[in-house]
Design a protein. Structure first.
Length: 304
C-alpha cells in the first residue's frame, strides 16, 4: 500500500523506514531537505511540498501527518483538505489533544475525507521494536489502513487496536502518557532513596539489572533505567530538568473535569515543574515561615 508521510522528525523518520522495510511505498515531505534526502536514499519518493506529495499519491490517497501538535498540525490538515478528494484519508499520528481530533474529524467529514487519530508510542525504539498504536475513527477507513497499522506495530496481531470513534485514539494515548509520568516518577524516587543510603554502597545499575528479571516492577522503563545507569552510574552528565509534552497536563485536566481522583499522575506532573526551578521561591518562603514562628535555623546566601 502507498502512503504519504508529512513530518520526518526522529519518530516520523523511523516510522517511514519501518513502512519501507514492510514493503509499503511512501511519498515524503519535511521542512528539512536533509531529512527528505535521507528518506529518499532509503527508498521513499521525495516531494517538494504538501501539494507535490498529494499529486504523487494514487487514489484513494492516504496521508500520515507526524508534526508537532497544535497549530502545525492544524495548518497541515487545512492545507490537505484543499488538495484531497472525497474518499481520501488523513491520519494524525502526533500527540494531538483528543478534543482537537474530534473537531478535525468533523471538519474532514465536511469534505468527505476520512480522519483517523492514532496515539503512537514507541519513541526512537519503534523502528526496531514496533510501535504501540491506539486508533480512533470510523470502521471503514481504519480497516482500509489495516496493512499500515500491522506493519508499524510490533506484530500484525500485537500492539495496535481500533479503540473507538474519532478522538478516542488520542484520548487513550493521553492517559497512557499520564500513567507513564507516574511510573517514571516512582522509579526516580526509589533510585534516589537508594542512592542516599550511602552506608550500603549500593550499585544502582546492578539493582536495576536484578529487578529486570522476575520482579513485579520489571518493565521497559526499567530496562531503559538500566541502560542509563550502565552508561553513567551517577548520571553526572545530565541536568535534572524535565520537560512535559502536554499530555500529562491534559490527563490531569480531564481527571478534574470527570471528578476522578488522580493524585499520582498529578504529583508526577508537578514534580516535573519542580525540576525546572533552579531556585524555589516557595522553598524560601517555607524556610522563612519556620524561622518566624519557631526560630528554626535557615541557610542564607554564602552559607556552606
Amino acid at each position: 500500500m502507498q502512503i504519504g508521510m508529512i513530518g520526518l522528525g526522529k519518530m516520523g523518520a523511523n516510522m517511514n523506514m519501518r513502512l519501507l522495510k514492510g514493503g509499503h511505498a511512501t511519498v515524503v515531505f519535511n521542512r528539512s531537505p536533509e531529512a527528505i534526502q535521507t528518506a529518499a536514499e532509503a527508498g521513499a519518493t521525495a516531494s517538494t511540498g504538501v501539494a507535490d506529495l498529494v499529486s504523487k499519491l494514487d487514489a484513494p490517497r492516504a496521508v500520515w501527518v507526524m508534526v508537532p501538535s497544535g497549530d502545525p498540525t492544524e495548518a497541515v490538515i487545512d492545507e490537505l483538505l484543499t488538495l484531497l478528494a472525497p474518499g481520501d484519508t488523513i491520519i494524525d499520528g502526533g500527540n494531538s489533544n483528543y478534543k482537537d481530533s474530534i473537531r478535525r474529524a468533523q471538519k474532514c467529514a465536511g469534505y468527505q475525507v476520512s480522519f483517523i487519530d492514532v496515539g503512537t508510542s514507541g519513541g526512537i525504539w519503534g523502528l526496531k521494536e514496533g510501535y504501540s498504536l491506539m486508533i480512533g475513527g470510523e470502521d471503514a477507513p481504519v480497516e482500509r489502513m489495516r496493512s499500515i497499522f500491522e506493519t508499524l506495530a510490533p506484530a500484525a496481531d500485537l500492539g495496535w487496536g481500533h479503540v473507538g470513534p474519532s478522538g478516542s485514539g488520542h484520548f487513550v494515548k493521553m492517559i497512557h502518557n499520564g500513567i507513564e509520568y507516574g511510573m517514571m516518577q516512582a522509579f526516580a524516587e526509589g533510585f534516589e532513596i537508594m542512592r542516599q543510603k550511602e552506608v550500603f554502597g549500593l550499585d544502582l545499575h546492578q539493582i536495576a539489572e536484578v529487578w529486570r528479571y522476575g520482579s513485579v516492577v520489571r518493565s521497559w522503563l526499567l530496562d531503559l533505567a538500566a541502560n542509563a545507569l550502565a552508561d553513567d552510574p551517577h548520571l553526572t552528565a545530565l541536568k535534572g530538568w524535565v520537560a512535559d509534552s502536554g499530555e500529562g497536563r491534559w490527563t490531569v485536566a480531564e481527571a478534574i473535569e470527570l471528578d476522578v481522583p488522580a493524585p499520582i499522575i498529578t504529583l508526577a506532573l508537578q514534580m516535573r515543574f519542580v525540576s525546572r526551578q533552579e531556585e524555589s521561591y516557595a522553598a524560601k518562603m517555607l524556610a522563612a515561615l519556620r524561622n518566624q514562628f519557631g526560630g528554626h535555623a535557615v541557610k542564607r546566601d554564602g552559607d556552606s
